[in-house]
Design a protein around this ligand. Structure first.
Ligand SMILES: NC(=O)c1ccc[n+]([C@@H]2O[C@H](COP(=O)([O-])OP(=O)(O)OC[C@H]3O[C@@H](n4cnc5c(N)ncnc54)[C@H](OP(=O)(O)O)[C@@H]3O)[C@@H](O)[C@H]2O)c1
Length: 274
């Protein structure tokens, strides 16, 4: 990806693991104003960006446009406590599951009663690592257009974005696109196993399953037709696909299972947030 003419806002990326690392790759490829990455595991980033292993090492003049919170939710509190002292007026973009705007703001202002942060939440997914991410974002009413634009630009650099109107809907985003890659990987696993059961060598079954999901996903992405229409186009009446779809689409099969699985994920997201 060539560097973009207008660089992304400067960032303090707090946590550079699976998700933070995936986003950072996209930002570096896009072009990012001088930024700082906090992670205790050794990492390198190209100049003018810097890596620190503790927040005390951040050069004093550094004022990020956006602080991105990408540590595990249970490890966030010590980071928030220090950030509240260093950056009382920060714009924070949290990609953490299960921490509400209210809980993050409360922690921040407990650590520094003079702090007045603005918290924006996002739920990205791991295809961000290849620029094909899908993120849902929520901003509370006090977020300014500039703060929202900065956060949206960061996530748009690693994929597509949608805004949701109410914070609870981040739990629905989590259940569809945040967890969704795992559902697709499960289908790949099961197709591969079924292929072996049908007598295919394991390596062939693996390639057939993976590339089918990849090709169908790419076609779905490019085609103006909706998913149902694309499905109909490969389903000749009385043919082989129709036989398989009778099994998948039985009332107690996918039409019941998929909403149930999504509801279970959303319920868990709500439990983690409470
Ligand atoms: N992975 C996903 O698919 C996904 C999708 C959407 C959202 N998220 C969210 O993204 C967040 C991060 O998840 P992840 O899977 O990327 O976690 P991760 O791989 O554990 O990355 C977090 C990194 O931050 C480091 N870290 C934590 N506290 C630190 C501190 N005080 N100082 C310096 N470094 C510190 C961790 O080091 P240690 O391991 O040593 O603590 C780790 O290297 C989570 O809140 C999750 O809800 C993840």
């Amino acid at each position: 990806m060539p560097a973009h003419p207008s660089p992304l806002p400067s960032v303090l990326l707090a946590g550079c693991g699976q998700m933070g690392g995936a986003m950072l790759e996209g930002w570096l490829a896009h072009g990012l104003k001088p930024s700082v990455v906090l992670d205790r595991h050794s990492r390198t980033v190209p100049a003018p960006h810097t890596v620190v292993s503790t927040l005390d090492e951040i050069p004093a003049p550094f004022q990020p446009d956006v602080i991105v919170l990408a540590v595990k939710p249970q490890k966030a509190d010590p980071v928030l406590d220090t950030l509240a002292v260093l950056y009382p007026q920060a714009t924070l973009l949290s990609v953490m599951a299960g921490r509400t705007v209210e809980s993050l703001t409360r922690r921040y202002t407990q650590a520094n009663p003079k702090a007045n942060p603005v918290l924006i939440r996002a739920m990205p997914n791991t295809p961000c690592a290849i620029g094909a991410g899908m993120s849902g974002l929520y901003a509370p009413p006090q977020a300014t257009d500039t703060q929202k634009a900065h956060c949206a630009a960061l996530l748009a650099a690693v994929g597509e974005t949608v805004w949701v109107e109410r914070e609870e809907l981040i739990d629905s985003v989590t259940a569809i696109s945040g967890s969704g890659p795992a559902y697709v990987f499960l289908l790949a696993e099961l197709l591969e196993k079924a292929g072996v059961e049908q007598g295919l060598p394991a390596e062939n079954a693996r390639t057939l399953a993976r590339k089918t999901l990849y090709g169908a996903g790419a076609l779905l992405n490019q085609s103006p037709a909706d998913a149902e229409e694309l499905r109909r186009r490969v389903t000749s009446p009385g043919g082989t696909t129709a036989e398989a779809l009778k099994v998948f689409m039985a009332p107690d099969a996918w039409p019941a299972i998929v909403p149930r699985a999504v509801a279970a994920a959303a319920r868990r997201a709500r439990e983690l947030s409470s």
